[in-house]
Design a protein around this ligand. Structure first.
Ligand code: HEM
Length: 524
């Protein structure tokens, strides 16, 4: 028997056993779902693109808690906020696991909080991230965020349309690198920018998390990439060194800075390192200090994984700012209204700062509406660790739980005219409908994004700084016709507007002088 035949036979036997097991389970009332095939279940019907939209369509027929089955594995799709809150928030103790992700393990993504199984190591890492990004601590990052938002504006104004994506990446990477490794990006050939580009590429070539043949049949990871189903094994082998660099490089840099600073008398704490000008306080530095004091439970490899987790989280921020730009081109009346609000509160002779935030309710609404409209690729699902009954339906232990955030954003019982960009929907009556802010973009329960306060501040300062100083308008084609970009997003983890053609210009002659002045100010 050839090797190929042998492996196929083992895989088929595994699927048949799983099918028989799941048929036994199905005598209990599972949540409804579309019709399926014997043995392979919904495999043939699983969407290969724009899955959240199809799931939302299915939910109109089968309800907001749907059961799908692929090769014997149960998947539960939650399409309303209510269902997600009931299961993922209120029953967090049994809905916070992640499925094993064999492909990601092969790639070397170890100690990544986002992919970690629920348990003791998870709790330890979660605690480290949560305390570093606590609401109180986030205020410390504000001067740096102000400064980076102004650089963002300057770079957008100096760039042609086709480079806007790169400018947004630079903004999000610069902020993350300062926070994680205390390094300020000054030039376009900074090694961290290269590293961040490589991480984008890794995510774009490794398919949906948990959705490759290796994830269904892990031994395929050890086969040559020409072997049927083992294509991603080759990808993992090719990209593993890049991931390793993401793990090693930041810690090595911070350790080097620390070592050179320790040679100077009296320089031992993050405070004195900052004062010496060679390193800023950062996630890595504070963890190294805790290790020295015996206050950290992480070892060096775990710390590298914790830092890599944060670098890996750069993509969605870039995407949300891009969605904001697109929304402003398509809804110029919202842009004008926000600019009037900013002018009346801030004036035109300075940049907005976080102190202005409470006085700018319409800008706040634009942020919320951008979050609601931002595309939500299906992320790494949760996994249930116990059998459960919800509204009389049986949810088997080991089910993958997918919160369809796109479906939630389109729920007409929560959001009127959900496909339209209407920021004032969040204002209280009579100015608006008092609709709920769209917090579910940041996930649920014990796995909710731990950096939510930090991320939300990055987004707010970027949006308000652009609105205060720039006009975002339609680009023209070579015949002088107005280009109306299509409001659609690419698929995948690094989802981004398919068309971001627009023109960003200074709102007034004073903007450039204001930018130069405020970027040079040390406490800007
Ligand atoms: C617009 C930007 C962002 C959005 C929309 C976002 C959203 C999310 C979502 C939906 C999850 C998964 C929640 C779940 O499984 O229920 C998550 C997890 C996570 N996010 Fe974010 N995130 C953003 C940016 C960031 C940034 C910049 C960081 C770090 C600085 C970060 C750190 C994390 C971490 C560490 C996790 C894993 C949490 C866990 O599995 O327990 N995120 N985020």
């Amino acid at each position: 028997m050839t090797l190929t035949l042998y492996v196929l036979l083992v895989a088929a036997t595994g699927i048949a056993i799983r099918y028989l097991w799941s048929s036994r389970i199905e005598r209990r009332p599972l949540p409804p779902g579309p019709p399926k095939d014997p043995l392979i279940g919904h495999l043939r019907y699983m969407p290969t693109a724009q899955a959240p939209f199809l799931f939302h369509e299915w939910a109109k027929t089968y309800g907001d808690v749907m059961h799908l089955q692929v090769l014997g594995k149960s998947m539960i799709v939650l399409d309303t906020l209510q269902a997600a809150a009931d299961l993922l928030d209120k029953k967090g103790s049994i809905y916070s696991d992640r499925p094993p992700l064999p492909l990601y393990e092969l790639l070397g993504w170890t100690y990544m909080l986002s992919f970690m199984r629920y348990g003791e190591i998870f709790t330890r890492h979660r605690q480290v991230h949560q305390s570093f990004f606590s609401r109180e601590r986030c205020a410390e990052f504000e001067p740096m965020q102000n400064q980076e938002a102004r650089r963002l504006v300057r770079n957008l104004l100096a760039s042609p349309t086709e480079n806007y994506g790169a400018v947004l990446s630079k903004f999000t990477t610069s902020i993350l690198v300062q926070v994680v490794a205390g390094h300020k990006i000054e030039s376009d050939d900074d090694p961290y920018l290269e590293l961040s580009k490589m991480v984008h590429q890794v995510f774009s070539v490794t398919g949906p998390p948990g959705g490759t043949p290796i994830d269904f049949f892990p031994p395929l990871g050890y086969f040559p990439s020409w072997f049927p189903g083992a294509y991603y094994a080759g990808i993992a082998r090719a990209w593993r060194p890049v991931i390793r660099k993401l793990y090693d490089y930041p810690l090595e840099c911070v350790q080097r800075q620390r070592a050179s600073n320790h040679l100077l008398p009296g320089n031992s704490s993050s405070q004195s390192l900052q004062e010496s000008g060679d390193a800023s306080p950062s996630f890595l530095l504070s963890q190294l200090e805790e290790m020295d004091n015996g206050a950290s439970e992480l070892d060096h490899e775990e710390l590298k994984g914790a830092a890599a987790t944060l670098f890996g989280a750069e993509l969605p921020t870039r995407s949300v700012v891009a969605v904001f730009l697109l929304a402003m081109v398509l809804n110029p009346e919202c842009q004008i209204r926000a600019q009037k609000e900013i002018d009346s509160v801030v004036g035109t002779s300075r940049f907005p700062t976080f102190e202005d935030r409470a006085e700018l309710p319409f800008v706040e609404c634009i942020l919320q509406e951008t979050l609601r409209q931002a595309f939500h690729p299906t992320r790494v699902p949760h996994r249930s660790t116990q059998d459960d009954i919800y509204r009389g339906m049986f949810i088997p232990k080991g089910s993958l739980i997918l919160a369809n955030v796109r479906g939630m954003s389109l729920d007409e019982s929560t959001y009127k005219n959900p496909t339209k960009f209407i920021p004032e929907r969040f204002l209280l009556p009579p100015l608006g409908n008092g609709e709920l802010p769209f917090t579910c973009l940041f996930g649920f329960g014990r796995r909710k994004c731990p950096a939510v306060h930090f991320v939300e501040r990055n987004l707010w300062i970027a949006i308000v700084s652009i609105l205060a100083t720039c006009t975002i308008s339609n680009a023209l084609d070579e015949h002088g016709n107005v280009i109306v970009p299509e409001a659609s997003m690419s698929d995948g983890v690094d989802s981004y507007p398919n068309d971001l053609r627009c023109v960003i210009k200074p709102r007034s002659d004073e903007v450039e002088a204001l930018l130069e002045e405020s970027i040079l100010l040390p406490d800007a």
